[in-house]
Ligand binder design. Structure first.
Ligand SMILES: Nc1ncnc2c1ncn2[C@@H]1O[C@H](COP(=O)(O)OP(=O)(O)OP(=O)(O)O)[C@@H](O)[C@H]1O
Ligand SMILES: [Mg+2]
Length: 289
């Protein structure tokens, strides 16, 4: 603020008047700056409020869509069960009652029909479990991840029989979360690492945690079949699979369940891989969780 005081007289009255003028001018400038500042704060607040409203709207729409999808998969799974049971029942009846009148070819067809109904039944079970995971309320508590992961590795012993896995288990912290759901996350990720290293003569599975910015980063890394990184994001979708069932069995729901659970805990999920060079799957949890 530049001074407009110009001393032309030494008369104290003049001096006082000049100083008063200067003070009034300064006051006017301060007032106008305050008004300008108020206006800017108001504009900024309005913009922020509009952005917040838009975000809330988007969130509400996303949540509604999620709920709708979950309710849909739940009822689809239920409604699919009845016709499937009929199909299974009548095929079995045909096998038992008319089996000896049928040609070997026709009996083979019946066997294939039954096998397909079993596959479909597994898919429905998995879809139901996905819908349940998505709908069940979270029950957050303090969860010690080190023993939990040890239990999961022990639980997956059948997938390790006859194999020597080189396990690299890093230090894992305690987190806040739903224990049963977090167990499901590790079961799916470690289960995948075991499954997709099946053809690897020297399987190595590394599990660890790195502190990140306001979050904890967890990973499961293997040196198995790997995958084309082009599809890294797709793998988290329902029923998305890159490997043929004749090579690696599965429904393609494990990673979708992992993503849903981690999202519900406020975290993120992603995967990295290269064909023949193994895969690493990551998830984060907020630090306070
Ligand atoms: N560790 C891994 N290495 C290589 N590919 C993987 C790995 N984990 C997942 N994938 C790929 O991602 C796909 C989806 O994985 P996801 O766990 O959802 O399904 P799945 O293992 O095929 O079946 P499910 O888990 O339902 O039994 C798999 O079919 C596979 O192609
Ligand atoms: Mg899986």
């Amino acid at each position: 603020m530049s001074s407009s005081v110009q001393l032309r007289s030494t008369d104290p009255q003049d001096l006082i008047r000049l100083l008063q003028e200067e003070l009034a001018q300064t006051n006017r400038e301060v007032m106008s700056l305050t008004l300008e500042l108020d206006k800017r704060v108001e504009q900024r607040t309005a913009a922020l409020q509009a952005a917040q409203r838009e975000l809330e709207c988007k969130n509400a729409r996303l949540e509604a869509a999620n709920r709708e999808l979950e309710a849909f998969s739940y009822s689809v799974s239920h409604d699919l069960r009845a016709p499937l049971r009929h199909l299974q029942g009548f095929t079995q009846a045909l096998q038992e009652e008319g089996g000896d009148q049928l040609s070997p070819e026709a009996r083979e067809y019946l066997r294939l029909i039954l096998r397909s109904t079993e596959t479909m039944s597994t898919l429905i079970d998995d879809l139901l479990s996905f819908a349940r995971t998505a709908q069940k309320p979270l029950q957050p508590e303090q969860v010690e991840l080190a023993p939990l992961v040890q239990q999961v590795v022990a639980q997956l012993r059948p997938e390790q029989s006859g194999r020597t896995i080189n396990w690299q288990l890093g230090v894992l912290p305690a987190v806040r979360g739903d224990e049963a759901m977090l167990r499901q996350v590790w079961l799916n990720l470690i289960g995948n690492a075991l499954k997709y290293t099946r053809n690897q003569p020297q399987p190595r599975i590394e599990i660890g945690c790195r502190p990140g910015d306001g979050e904890l980063l967890f990973f499961v890394k293997d040196n198995g079949a790997g995958f084309d990184p082009k599809y890294a994001e797709k793998l988290f979708g329902i029923f998305q699979r890159l490997h043929h069932p004749s090579e690696f069995e599965g429904s393609g729901l494990g990673l979708a369940i992992v993503r849903r659970i981690i999202e519900r805990h406020g975290g993120r999920t992603w995967g990295e891989g290269a064909p023949g060079l193994g895969a690493t799957f990551y998830f984060t949890l907020p630090r306070e969780s």
